[in-house]
Ligand binder design. Structure first.
Ligand code: NAL
Length: 333
């Protein structure tokens, strides 16, 4: 796989492709970063961008993970002290998940976001940005229904962090794209550069295939899940025998979340996927890539129930190291 392909596989978009190709031509020493509002427990959404960070590390990038403690505070996620405590646990789980400790730098937002120079630059961005634009940027990030001033400051700080952390490539889920577009438009006014951005897809709701999987609503998968929890959730998942399900009667788009998780979580981490099947049903199936598994599900060769059984087992493998860290931390405290 060439470097550009490795960097962009499973991504929804690179803004811009031309800038992405320039980075791929000379990746050594380039810096990519993702920011996360700290929560104590890694969930499947965090895991998706973490998998992309591993691709970038393999391609020669240095990776910075911003533990965005001040952002979490601005987004009403608790007391500042409480947020700081959960951040440390989150860092351990990222390493357990497979980020290379030697190539990953963890930074707290609060380590530089109170500096005088940073605060003045933030005020400069506030002068450049309309309230309406800041509010739009937050539509898919903010918690709660009302917009507070803190949530308008949030995307401007996210933009500024990109400058302060000296980032070549900003990585995030598609829900971050409006913040990144705001950054690309606004940062050149205070700095000479604008970040290249890479966005990962959002996984559909596990039970319905409609909308987006969310840690705060519906069923999500996290490092807290036992093997039995995962099996139960995956068994109940929506999985018609197609990668392109029909919309609902109300015209809502539907995805196949079981296939999405195979594509974005399982195949990037395992070279081959084996689906166990009793001999009387044809015996085990072995897949070297996502496409052949999806094709077999569509043709009927692979039954959804067998696909789910395999998915639960591979997800459990991915989660087990982080789960042990979490349980060890719980027994300590
Ligand atoms: C991501 C978040 C917060 C600050 C950032 C700064 C720079 C780059 C990425 C960042 C968290 C993210 C979320 N907005 O929704 O979790």
């Amino acid at each position: 796989m060439d470097v550009y392909e490795r960097i962009t596989r499973n991504a929804t978009e690179v803004v811009t492709e031309e800038e992405g190709r320039a980075l791929a031509a000379d990746p050594d020493g380039k810096r990519a970063y993702v920011g996360y509002e700290p929560s104590g427990v890694l969930h499947i959404g965090h895991m998706l961008t973490a998998t992309k960070l591993m691709d970038l590390q393999d391609a020669g990038f240095e990776v910075t993970v911003l533990l965005a403690d001040v952002h979490a505070y601005l987004n009403d996620k608790g007391t500042f002290e409480g947020i700081r405590e959960t951040a440390e646990r989150m860092k351990e789980q990222f390493l357990a998940y497979g980020l290379d400790e030697d190539k990953t730098e963890f930074v707290y937002g609060s380590a530089f976001q109170f500096d005088r120079e940073y605060v003045l630059d933030l005020h400069a961005l506030e002068l450049e940005t309309s309230i309406a634009r800041a509010e739009r940027a937050m539509a898919e990030i903010k918690s709660g229904d009302t917009v507070s001033v803190s949530q308008a400051v949030y995307p401007l700080m996210q933009a500024l962090d990109i400058v302060y952390l000296d980032v070549d490539l900003a990585v995030g889920g598609m829900e971050q794209r409006k913040v990144h577009m705001l950054a690309r438009d606004t940062l050149p006014k205070i700095d000479e550069s604008a970040p290249t951005c890479l966005h990962t897809p959002l996984i559909a709701d596990l039970q319905t295939g409609i909308g987006k999987m969310s840690a705060s609503e519906g069923v999500s998968i996290s490092m807290e899940d036992s093997a039995a929890d995962i099996e139960e959730k995956v068994t109940a998942a929506y999985c018609p025998p197609t990668r392109d399900p029909d919309p609902t009667d109300d015209g809502e788009e539907r995805e196949n979340p079981v296939l999405q998780i195979f594509e974005y979580h399982v195949f990037p981490r395992f070279e081959t996927v084996v689906v166990d099947r009793p001999d009387e049903y044809g015996g085990d199936l072995t897949y070297d890539d996502y496409e052949s598994l999806a094709a077999d599900l569509e043709s009927g060769e692979l039954h959804p129930a067998d696909a789910k059984g395999a998915l639960a087992a591979y997800l459990d493998d991915l989660i087990a190291p982080g789960r042990s860290k979490l349980r060890a931390a719980e027994t300590e405290s």
